[in-house]
Design a protein around this ligand. Structure first.
Ligand code: GLA
Length: 727
């Protein structure tokens, strides 16, 4: 998969789908040649053209006026003379911020090494991937940069990460070390990204790239509701079904930054990595700093093609553990049913109704510990609140299990309330700057997870519960962003490390916990989708996608989440109407159809249902169980965007293309409306399918399409259509 042409100094990474080409250019810098559809053999015709560009200096010690680091496409730029956004920035002991890294050597190995302390994609067999490491060395100090590239045998993916090794006698401070840089030659490109806020996560944005710099980031200490660590660059003509697109995703859950720069020669540079904001890392002699991993996907089959690659990669090479391929249980959660106001009797009544509907798992949400009656207290005190649960969690869990249901529990381990025993004992355990006030968020502070003693205390508390109480599921929440990012145990010159050390501490904690409790299904949550990123997916195979449970909002949130993340990762529940976040009223059918397009559950007071509602829910549960494998693990295609008009549609197809499920919704009803046609995708054009009592060819469904909303009535109407291939 990886070849090196020694004479021309060209690296070619390729499989049947893609090629990636790097050439060591004049002055020993790795220049970028190509990333895209597979090339059989590269004939070295695409060297960077030589032209004297005024005000673009030539590399140190070079007299070639026609070559400049300022204009050439590069793999990991940072040397003097490139005035574009750079991949790294180091502060040397001398006070200089200038580094000059040049080619030093390379290594090609089978498989893919693990990244120390960080989540990353993996392969089970060495033959499933090859990894190239290109080493650069600074011209003045014994500092080495290892640029790592993994190509997978069967994926349109290259995974990248970088290491800085300090083998000099001096200290060096890292102010920036990106995970990937990709330069594009002059061409029109659109930038696609997912921004938002709480309850409105991952809103899809598409815009033309013009001259200058566009910066997308999170400085919140988490990957955030506000900007997902994802971006794509697409040709302007690219649609869901066709055209070229490059997708980028960062396997990291903390502060991140994506910069997209169009230079004066119309070249585009994308850089993705940890956010340099307030970041600095002291690297002593003999130490190594590892950047998080970034994933690059290439598709010439539009956005659906890109998503398919991300889904397959994350499903098969990122998510781990028992639940990787296991169907996820249908759950009932008591949060929107009771909020903090519950007792054992109330939750048992809800669990019993859930069981009667056919749900499989009952999840007890926030409010079961300390003396938690609202969000002002008790975080950090992970002991049962006996007023609400007189027989404790064990008693409740036993009763839920006796009903024939699984039991799950909510926790928020990274937080501390001022009103808690933990805070009274250890006021310095919250992130804070001595002498300054602490910023409060949702009535709570953030625990300093960069500290091992803090993590150990919380670990022991959780472990005690998980050992005592039979549990099949845990929802891991994180309900505010970081401020006063300072750790009292670190020296002044290391304070820029705290945000990253926190995330490393969190990863270490999760690695230990998920290893010690391999049978617990973990669902990640951060006020809904505030930490929906590949880093968390390495430890927890599903995520509560948003606190917004309104079916119409959810169509947008889930649609755009699917750009990157597999359906098996997207938690989606039916909630009450009027909806708690929007006040909107939608039918139970539509709420069900939207929630069934993810990892399904209910989150409303099931003890107040009419007989008719119960019947509908029973049917939903039955329907979901019947199609669960297809929905959670099938191929997924977006058909109509809820961001573009009055319709939303997507579909699921199994690997044999013999079963499919189509979701369609029309938002606002219209008198005398047009007849809308829906063309399906991903089917087998040689097969016939049974659709709503009729036999129709796959070719007909994909090319002629079908009239879709002739019988729809009222606002926010929706339907699910099942397709089955006939022999
Ligand atoms: C967050 C979660 C919710 C719920 C509450 C409990 O907002 O996203 O689902 O668990 O916390 O406080």
């Amino acid at each position: 998969m990886i070849t090196y042409d020694e004479k021309e100094q060209i690296f070619h990474l390729s499989n049947k789908k893609i090629s990636y080409l790097i050439q060591i250019e004049a002055g020993g810098i790795p220049a970028h040649l190509y990333f895209g559809k597979a090339i059989r053999h590269y004939h070295n015709h695409f060297r960077y053209p030589r032209t004297d560009r005024s005000f673009s200096p030539n590399p140190p010690l070079s007299t070639d006026r026609q070559f400049s680091f300022d204009t050439v496409m590069q793999e990991f730029p940072g040397n003097p003379g490139d005035y574009r956004t750079l991949s790294y920035e180091l502060l040397h002991e001398s006070g200089s911020k200038v580094s000059d890294f040049r080619y030093y050597g390379y290594k090609i190995e089978e498989g893919k090494p693990l990244l120390s302390g960080l989540p990353a994609t993996y392969v089970k067999e060495p033959a499933d991937a090859q990894t190239l490491t290109i080493t650069l060395k600074d011209q003045l100090y014994d500092l080495y940069l290892d640029l790592s590239y993994t190509i997978f045998a069967d994926q349109s993916v290259v995974a990248r990460s970088n290491q800085l090794r300090n083998e000099s006698n001096e200290l060096v401070y890292i102010s920036k070390l990106a995970s990937l840089t990709l330069d594009f030659s002059s061409q029109a490109l659109d930038l696609i990204h997912l921004h938002g806020t709480w309850s409105k996560e991952r809103m899809l944005e598409r815009e033309r790239i013009t001259a200058g710099i566009k910066l997308l980031d999170s400085k919140r200490g988490s990957s955030s509701h506000h900007q997902n660590p994802f971006a794509a660059l697409a040709a302007p003509e690219t649609t869901e079904k066709s055209g070229e697109v490059y997708g980028f995703s960062l396997v990291y859950s903390g502060n991140h930054q994506i910069t997209v720069e169009r230079d004066p020669y119309e070249q585009t540079r994308l850089i993705m990595g940890m956010n340099p904001h307030h970041f600095s890392w002291k690297l002593n002699r003999g130490e190594v700093f590892q950047s998080p991993e970034a994933i690059m996907v290439y598709s010439d089959q539009g956005l659906n093609g890109m998503s398919k690659s991300f889904h397959h990669l994350f499903q098969n090479h990122l998510v781990r553990g028992r639940y990787q391929y296991e169907e996820r249980p249908i759950l009932a959660n008591n949060w929107e049913a009771t909020f903090f106001d519950f007792n054992e009797e109330k939750v048992l009544a809800i669990a019993e109704e859930a069981r009667n509907l056919g749900a499989e798992l009952f999840v007890l949400d926030d409010g079961w510990y300390g003396h938690r009656d609202n969000d002002d207290s008790s975080l950090g005190d992970w002991v049962e609140y006996k007023k609400k649960l007189p027989e404790g969690l064990l008693g409740l869990s036993n009763k839920i299990h006796d009903m024939g249901m699984q039991f799950g529990l909510w926790v928020e381990p990274e937080m501390i309330s001022e009103d808690s025993e933990l805070f009274r004992q250890h006021p310095d355990w919250a992130l804070h700057i001595p002498g300054r006030g602490k910023t409060i968020g949702r009535g709570q502070f953030v625990l300093d997870f960069s500290r091992k003693d803090v993590r150990d205390n919380i670990y022991q508390q959780l472990k005690q519960i998980f050992n005592k109480v039979p549990l099949e599921y845990v929802k891991w929440d994180m309900n505010r962003n970081m401020t006063e990012v300072y750790s009292v145990l670190l020296s002044a010159e290391q304070q820029g490390e705290v945000a990253h050390r926190y995330i490393l501490g969190l990863y270490e904690f999760l690695e230990q916990l998920t290893t010690e409790f391999p049978d617990i299904l973990f669902e990640s949550c951060s006020g809904g989708g505030g930490r929906f990123d590949p880093g968390m997916l390495y430890y927890m195979p599903q995520v509560w996608a948003s606190d917004n449970t309104d079916a119409v909002s959810r169509m947008q949130i889930q649609y755009s989440t699917s750009l990157v993340y597999p359906i098996s990762t997207i938690g989606a529940h039916v909630a009450a109407v009027p909806n708690h976040q929007t006040g909107r009223i939608t039918s139970l059918e539509t709420r069900g159809n939207v929630a069934m397009s993810g990892v399904f559950g209910y989150e409303l007071d099931l003890t107040h249902l009419s007989a008719e509602e119960k019947e509908v829910m029973k049917e939903q549960v039955h329907f979901y169980k019947e199609h669960r494998q297809l929905i959670q693990f099938g191929d997924y295609y977006r058909l109509k965007s809820p961001f573009d008009g009055n319709h939303a549609s997507w579909m699921f197809v199994d690997s044999e293309k013999s079963h499919a499920l189509v979701f369609y919704s029309r938002m606002m009803a219209e008198a005398s409306s047009a007849f809308h046609v829906l063309k399906l995708t991903g089917l087998d054009s040689t097969k016939e399918y049974e659709v709503e009592g009729q036999v129709i060819g796959g070719d007909e469904l994909m090319n002629i399409g079908m009239y879709i909303d002739t019988e729809m009535w009222g606002d926010y109407a929706s339907k699910m259509i099942a397709l089955k291939a006939v022999e």
